[in-house]
Design a protein around this ligand. Structure first.
Ligand code: NAP
Length: 458
């Protein structure tokens, strides 16, 4: 795949970026290592001041950043701007909390281990490689970069090949804010260049957000190198609606949960599992609301859903829907790619899905909702858990006992009750099963790339 901006709204090539040469990559690894040696000796207050400055820069430049995101991957402008602001807030969160998160612990009774003093320290590992996706070009990177740099690690970013302008914006951001040169650098390299970087002994860990095949490949190399790895992979999140739910709110939220980010978020709700008593009412209202969304250019005011990020993304989504329709599913709205330039796909609602259809098992990365009818709450749980993924989930029910029953049994990294899945700096984020390993955000996210050092002193 060339490293290039191709406008998803019309398919035109905007700009191609030459990949970094081997010598340039080697230089960036070396300077990231040197920067780590400097950064680990700075105190939290100094790092926090730089991080706040970087957050202020990003927020001040949010309009320009949003325009870049919209052009590179088709996100509606208002959502792109919100992404930049959210990223800046996560930077401030870690600037203010890192020291507390990494303060370690002290044994109350050190004599139990024969010591005068025993405690733990969280220390940075060194250079961390981040392999990142295009769907949130700033946010995905920042939820790694902010905690990593605050811990005293340095970062090398291999961003998705279709978002080079976002990647190069991030390349300069931290140095402009005062971090030592080389603290955070972008590597303009293809996916095939990741292995050599990860095998460099100065690179101490890797985090990958992206598809399951990419995760498996990078984790295999990390395993071979005995390097820590965090994987945030795909999802096919269930959204359960039970009879006690507030149906108006559930429907409105379901639409946003399926279509935000043009339906290309890992934690978009993708499977809507509805109790039989309210299934038909839900389907009717959900279909009407999905059909009413405005599909349009990402920069046009009022656009709810922009184009998909690329031709391949659009074709893969079309193939999933075509397969389901050919095997007997029904589209209550949408169901076929739009004509004309750009990679548009209409909001689509499908029913009558069976395990023989690809869509039953695979992730639909676009505005395509699969609606299932469940006999009762345990049938809903059965359908929800009948997936290789386990990222997030949502439950709509006003019955407290039913809520506890479902929370305890959903196989997912998170459950949102009477709301939609979202990421917050304050809360751990990540999945189980094929959705990944490890957690980002919260205290867990910053500790992921630290050495928990035990100190025993006689
Ligand atoms: P992708 O094709 O896996 O790409 C992600 C990144 O991995 C890109 O930088 C890509 O580089 C690189 N890559 C691909 N194959 C690789 C390999 N074999 N070795 C090393 N690097 C490799 O995924 P995507 O299409 O950009 O993103 C969509 C997927 O990400 C969806 O499945 C979505 O659910 C998931 N996602 C998960 C989360 C989460 O937090 N769990 C968040 C967002 C997205 P190139 O671009 O150069 O190929």
């Amino acid at each position: 795949m060339p490293i290039a901006i191709i406008d998803p709204a019309d398919g035109t090539l905007i700009r191609e970026y030459p990949p970094h040469t081997d010598a340039e990559v080697a230089d960036r690894i070396a300077t990231a290592h040197t920067a780590h040696l400097a950064l680990r000796d700075t105190d939290f207050a100094t790092r926090a001041a730089w991080m706040h400055r970087a957050a202020d820069l990003l927020e001040a430049e949010a309009d320009q950043v949003a325009a870049t995101i919209a052009q590179e991957m088709g996100k509606p402008l208002a959502q792109a701007r919100a992404e930049a602001v959210k990223s800046a807030n996560a930077m401030r969160f870690y600037a203010d909390r890192a020291e507390g998160f990494l303060s370690g612990g002290r044994l109350d009774d050190p004599s139990a281990v024969g010591a005068a003093e025993a405690y733990t320290l969280y220390q940075p590992l060194g250079v961390v490689l981040a392999v990142m996706p295009w769907n949130y070009p700033i946010w995905q990177v920042m939820r790694f970069a902010a905690p990593a740099l605050m811990a005293g690690n340095t970062g090398l970013l291999k961003h998705a090949s279709n978002v080079p302008a976002s990647a190069m914006y991030l390349d300069g951001l931290f140095a402009r804010a005062g971090f030592p040169a080389g603290s955070f650098r972008t590597l303009l390299i293809p996916a095939s260049g990741v292995e050599a970087v990860l095998r460099d002994p100065r690179v101490r860990a890797v985090t990958l957000t992206g598809s399951e095949p990419a995760g498996r490949s990078v984790a295999a190399i990390a395993g071979d190198e005995v390097k820590p790895v965090v994987l945030e992979l795909g999802g096919s999140d269930p959204f359960l609606v039970m009879p006690s739910a507030d149906l108006d709110r559930a429907v409105a939220t379901a639409v946003t949960a399926r279509t935000s980010n043009n339906g290309q978020a890992c934690i978009n709700a993708k499977r809507f599992i509805v109790h039989t008593d309210i299934h038909d009412a839900f389907l009717e209202r959900f279909t009407a609301a999905m059909a009413a969304l405005r599909v349009g250019h990402p920069t046009a005011p009022g656009t709810d859903v922009g184009p998909l990020a690329g031709e391949q993304a659009r074709d893969e989504l079309s193939a999933l829907v075509d397969d389901a329709l050919a095997k007997g599913a029904t589209a209550t709205t949408g169901g076929a790619a739009a004509d004309g330039p750009g990679w548009y796909y209409p909001p689509t609602v499908l029913t009558g899905l069976t395990p023989q259809m690809r869509l039953y098992a695979e992730e639909a990365f676009g505005p395509v909702a699969a609606v299932y009818r469940a006999d009762d709450v345990d049938d809903a749980l059965r359908i929800a858990n009948d997936t290789s993924f386990g990222l997030s989930s949502a439950l709509w029910s006003q019955d407290a006992a039913e809520q506890e029953h479902v929370i305890a049994r959903l196989e997912a990294g998170a459950v949102f009750v009477n709301g939609m899945s979202a990421s917050y700096p304050e809360l751990p984020f990540g999945g189980i099963k094929d959705s990944g390993v490890g957690r980002e955000l919260s205290a867990d996210g910053i500790r992921a790339f630290c050495n928990l050092k035990t100190v025993w002193r006689a």
